[in-house]
Ligand binder design. Sequence first.
Ligand SMILES: NC(=O)c1ccc[n+]([C@@H]2O[C@H](COP(=O)([O-])OP(=O)(O)OC[C@H]3O[C@@H](n4cnc5c(N)ncnc54)[C@H](O)[C@@H]3O)[C@@H](O)[C@H]2O)c1
Length: 386
Amino acid sequence: MGVNQKVRIGMIGYQFMGKAHSHAYRDLSFYFENPLKPELTVIAGRNEEAVKEAQEKMGWKSYETDWKKVIERDDIDVIDIVTPNHTHAEIAIAAAKAGKHIITEKPLALTVEEAKEMLQAVEENGVKHMICHNYRFVPAVQYAKKLIEDNKIGRVYHYRANYLQDFIMDPNFPLVWRLKKEVSGSGALGDIGAHSIDLARFLIGEFAEVTGTMETFIKQRPVGEMTGGLNAKGDANEMGEVTVDDAALFIARFENGALGTFEATRFAGGNRNKNKFEINGEKGSIRWDMENMNNLEVYFADDEEGTQGFRLINCTEAVHPYAGAYWPPGHIIGYEHTFIHLIDEFFRGIAEDYQPAPNFDDGVKNQIILEAIEKSSENKSWVSIE
Ligand SMILES: NC(=O)c1ccc[n+]([C@@H]2O[C@H](COP(=O)([O-])OP(=O)(O)OC[C@H]3O[C@@H](n4cnc5c(N)ncnc54)[C@H](O)[C@@H]3O)[C@@H](O)[C@H]2O)c1
């Protein structure tokens, strides 16, 4: 594809992530000199009234009520999958066979087997693919990666991650798709733990083995559905069984010898979206927290005696990846911008013919770790990551 060429998007789904991705397509060319210009060509959903409303509100040119029609259309270059996890494989495999480039939300699939089939489909059909681990694209996280690569903290000893939410703590929060194994694969583990796994792999390297434990605190809930964002509505007269974990804790050994401790829970009251990591190395430490996403805290052991301690870097300078595209230093950016950066990378991959990351291969590796944690929780054992 040439410079300034249109890339025509067909997006399946239109709620929480549909809004985040639509915004990213709309703003990409405003901030970034990307060779491709997205055109919001068609949006798909099953409910005609709702999808039409979303089409108008988010600025899409047309809508379909059957995702298969989107894939059949020859005016579509990219399929964007923002539907629940159990649909990712079928849609992605059909899109790959139709020669469309694909961006899908995480986790890649419900099982490792399904994830591998998806990877095989994109590789066999020679299309570009990405999985939406958007937290990699926070400027502060990208800068943390640079500090590690520049050997500023030396050998890494510890990777410590918590991903803490509390939106389902109320026992009356309904039984939505996120709480059903056949739709979501797992609970807190695959929904938010998957992001922590991706950040760890991105920042310090591959997992060697894991052991974990999982718990479902509230076993029954009123049946209901998501209504946008992390909101939901339910019917108190009908109860159903929760079939996924509410919390997952695990520890890991990395191939480079580092130790990892991880906690993913939706029962950490007061923590709305606290996605955090701290990395301790021989020469320094780095820590970051999504709720203050523009800031990175760093500690360097060779700082002058008396001045040692964590210092705060506001990652809004031109030297911080992506930040220079926006505002003067100190004028912060937010959650939605992470998706713009990810899509910038995706389109560069398409335009310049390289495979961007994180992609389906990362999705498979992530799924292998998720499955290993579930297995270790069942067997109370360590599981090595092949
Ligand atoms: N990257 C992130 O940080 C992040 C955050 C939230 C969700 N997600 C992921 O994004 C995906 C969607 O999550 P969400 O929060 O946007 O969900 P949501 O419930 O807000 O929206 C799901 C959308 O999919 C549609 N849909 C549901 N079942 C469908 C089917 N069978 N066929 C066609 N359309 C269907 C719904 O109508 C809705 O538009 C999930 O895979 C989730 O794990 C990622």
